[in-house]
Structure formats: C-alpha cells, structure tokens
Design a protein around this ligand. Structure first.
Ligand SMILES: NC(=O)c1ccc[n+]([C@@H]2O[C@H](COP(=O)([O-])OP(=O)(O)OC[C@H]3O[C@@H](n4cnc5c(N)ncnc54)[C@H](O)[C@@H]3O)[C@@H](O)[C@H]2O)c1
Length: 440
C-alpha cells in the first residue's frame, strides 16, 4: 500500500518505518528541512532502540523515503497519516495549528478516496475539523479516520508491532477495512482491531493517558504519605499490587511523569471538559500533584543541607524523562536543574543519550559529564532522576571515594536502603525515609 506520514517525529518516523518493514511503500514528509536532510543522508534524528537499523534497511530497500514536498508525497498515497505535534497552547488546550496546516497543505493533492487518518492526539471533534479544513481546499472525495497511537518512547517499535489493541474511529466501513488490511501483520496474535465512532476514538486516547497519569500521581501521593508515617512504599506496592483489581503496572513512585504526552494530554482533556462546562477535578489534581512531585528531590536536598545549598555541588544521573529515549520534553530533571541553579549550586549532569538535547535547551549552565562516575567528582550529593539500567549496580566504593560527602537522593528507588546504609551512604528514596548510616 502507498502510505504517507505527515510529521516525521517520534510517532511518524517509528510508525512509518514499521509500515515500510511490513512491505508498504512509505513516504515520510516533514516541514523540518534539516531533519529530512539528515534522514536522507542515512541519519536518524531521535534515539529509539532498534530504529536506526530498521530505517536503514527499509530506506536501502526503497520502501521508505523522506521528503519536504507535499505534492509528490500526497499525489499517489492511499493512506495519509497525520502525525504532527499537538503541543499545549497558552490556555492548556491542544494547539491544532500543525494539524490544520497539514490538512490544508495536503488537500490540493489528494487522490480520489484517499483515507486521511489522524494519529496525532487531538481533542474530540478535531477529526471533523480536519475534514472541513480539507474540504475548504478541494472537491476530491476522501475518507477520514481517527487512529490514536499508544506506543511508548523507549519501546516504540515493540509497542507498535505488537500492540495490545488497534483503535480506529470511522464513519465509513470502507476506511476501517483499508486500515484493518494495513494493520493485519501486527495483529497476528489475535489482538483486537477495535472499530468505533470517530469521537470515541479521539476520547479513548485521552482517557488512556489520563488513567495512566492518574496511577502515577496516586502512587506518588502514597509514597509521600509513607515517608511521613514511617511506611515503606516498596512494601506497600507489593501488598496492593497482588490485588488483581489493582495490579503492578504504572505503580512505581518517582519524581513525576514528564514527556510529550501525559502532561499536555491531562491538561488538554481538562481544558476540553471546561469548554463543555465541566470541572475535571481529578485531572486538575493529577496535574498539580505531578508538578509538585517534580520538586521532591530538591526539597529533600534542602532538608538535608539545612536550607542552604549555596556553593554545593550536586550530580544528576539521568536527564531524559524516562530511560531508553533522548526526549527531555517536560522532564523532571529540568525542574531539578532549575531549582538547584536558583539555590546557588554547581550542577554536574550525566545521561547516556540526552546530554545534547539538554545542552540545546539550557546551554552551559551545568557541567556535562560523559560518564556517570565523572559527575560524582567532588559532589555533595547525587540525585538519580531517570532509571537507566547502567545506574542499577554501580561501584559504590568508587563513588564514595569521588564524592565530597556520600549522599544519594534516589528518585527511582533503585537501591536497597539497608545495604546503602551499610555502605556508608545517607540514602533516601521516594516513599522511603533514610536509615541511619552505619559506621564504616
Ligand atoms: N511521542 C510519543 O510517545 C507519542 C505517543 C503517542 C501519541 N503521540 C502523539 O503524536 C503526535 C506527534 O507526537 P511526536 O512526539 O511524534 O511529535 P514530534 O514533535 O516528535 O514530531 C512532530 C513532527 O511534525 C512535524 N511537522 C509539524 N508541522 C508539520 C506540517 N504542517 N507538515 C509536515 N510536518 C510537520 C515537525 O517538524 C516534527 O518533526 C502528538 O499529537 C502526540 O501527542 C506521541
């Protein structure tokens, strides 16, 4: 099938490449000329495990192409996926300007009965607006469909090629049939292809993300209470997770969720509810709780150093909003860095893949370290913000030697606090208070 992805970011590039891998003829279109040039030179603009090899293989086979030219990308495409960003606008709502521009730019070149599919996360009602934007520029007959994307960065290829379900919202059964054909290779393990109305499909994506964000804010709140009352959130998590009605997934306490989806999607749904006269109290609280949670490590540092961080050096391990991605959008690390700099600290940071993205965002306000051990040199404390695998079993004796004082604030509960006390560290996790350090 001839397919065009409009928007070649995390979603458009991953899903377009996976469609090419299953034998389709895919064109990825983007307005970012440097991104397209890089892809045409064989580079990949984002870090996503396994993606580079797939892009190379399918480009070499001629099934995957990159362009900035709407006319050539749209003319022969049977399916056109809109995968452009839908960031938050000044009011908290989703900003649809990129979606509108994609719709208007493709319109003059659409072929008869093409299917225009919105994969971007958009508020209920947007797909119908997309149809209106297109109709304002062409008389060609086309079909529309909503096809929300559920992939997670860091495991995007697996999520897309082995989905739990595919959701498609349509008016016309013919559009659903075409999409079912396209998704067939990914649904061979009998995972459901769910066909619903367009408004329901749009709502499903927001409801899913808001549920997951709610679970995170819930467990973070439980963790904060645990700390105050002397309970251990790891033990509490075990005790509740075995209840089949609750389960374990998305119940890891931490320093707040970030990324390009949860924060903006929670706010966008709350904003949509408000436009319809509803106060989405749960969503507003989830967002507030999350914003507050991003300050948790800073608060702990302030308590530990008796309210004065001036002249201290703090190492940060992990900058991306989660492991296995270089995405730093709304990352908790950025809030921590900002707080530390404002408090007069020197900050040394390490991340396996996100250093350059942070440098682009904040410049030389912090020291960038190629190895996580380098960040410990002369540090008064380490803050662990992202749970990269390479942080799980470090050489603690070596770290202690490098640090000015053996203090670790762990935002991801990577270590055993008894063992950390025995190793001579002041160690505090989230939902775990520090134990007295044992004499070494
Ligand atoms: N990133 C995720 O994990 C994820 C998961 C599911 C859904 N989504 C949703 O998918 C959408 C895209 O997210 P993303 O993370 O891939 O965004 P992104 O910012 O990584 O990529 C968007 C791309 O669209 C391009 N673009 C903007 N306007 C354009 C236009 N008019 N024509 C052609 N290209 C244009 C940009 O240059 C950019 O390369 C968003 O709505 C997001 O909420 C994202």
């Amino acid at each position: 099938m001839k397919i065009t992805m409009i928007g070649t970011g995390y979603v458009g590039l991953v899903t377009g490449t996976c469609f090419a891998e299953s034998g389709n003829d895919v064109t990825c279109l983007d307005v970012d000329t440097s991104k397209v040039a890089l892809l045409n030179r064989g580079g990949v603009p984002i870090y996503e495990p396994g993606l580079e090899e797939l892009v190379r293989r399918n480009s070499a086979a001629g099934r995957l192409k990159f362009t900035t030219d709407y006319e050539s990308a749209i003319r022969s495409a049977q399916c056109i996926f809109i995968c452009v960003g839908t960031p938050q606008d000044y009011s908290g709502a989703a900003d649809l300007k990129y979606v509108q521009s994609a719709a208007e730019n493709m319109a003059p070149f659409l072929r008869e009965n093409a299917v225009v599919i919105c994969k971007s996360t958009v508020p209920v009602g947007t797909n119908r607006r997309v149809a209106d934007w297109i109709r304002s520029r062409t008389n060609t007959r086309f079909m529309i469909a909503s096809n929300p994307e559920f992939l997670k960065e860091g495991a995007a290829i697996d999520d897309f090629t082995k989905p739990d379900r595919v959701v498609v919202g349509v008016d016309e059964p013919a559009a659903a049939e075409i999409l079912q054909e396209l998704y067939k290779p990914f649904l061979r393990t009998e995972k459901p292809f769910i066909v619903v109305g367009i408004e329901s499909a749009e709502m499903i994506k927001y409801a899913a993300n808001c549920m997951l964000a709610t679970k995170i804010s819930f467990i973070n709140e439980m963790a904060n209470i645990c700390e105050k009352v002397g309970a251990d959130i790891n033990e509490v998590r075990k005790g509740i997770g075995h209840d089949a009605r609750i389960g374990f997934s998305f119940l890891f306490p931490g320093v707040g969720y970030g990324g390009s989806c949860f924060p903006k999607d929670v706010r966008a749904l709350a904003s949509l509810a408000a436009q319809h006269g509803l106060d989405a109290r749960i969503l507003r609280t989830v967002d507030e709780t999350n914003n507050e949670q991003k300050n948790t490590l800073f608060r702990k540092l302030m308590d530990h150093f008796e309210g004065n961080l001036t002249g201290r050096t703090v190492a940060i391990w992990g900058l991306s909003f989660k492991p296995r991605t270089d995405d730093i959008r709304e990352a908790p690390s950025l809030v921590l860095i900002q707080n530390l700099l404002a408090a007069g600290c020197a900050v040394k940071v390490h991340d396996p893949v996100a250093l350059e993205n942070v440098r682009r965002e904040i410049g030389d306000l912090v020291e960038y370290c190629v190895h996580h051990y380098d960040a410990c040199d002369g540090a008064d404390a380490i803050c662990i913000v992202t749970e990269w695998n390479e942080f799980r079993n470090p050489d603690f004796d070596y770290i202690r030697l490098k640090m000015k004082s053996p203090v670790i604030f762990d935002g991801r509960n990577l270590y055993d606090r008894q063992k950390m006390a025995a190793r001579g560290f002041h160690y505090s996790g989230v939902g775990l208070s520090a134990l007295p350090v044992e004499a070494k």
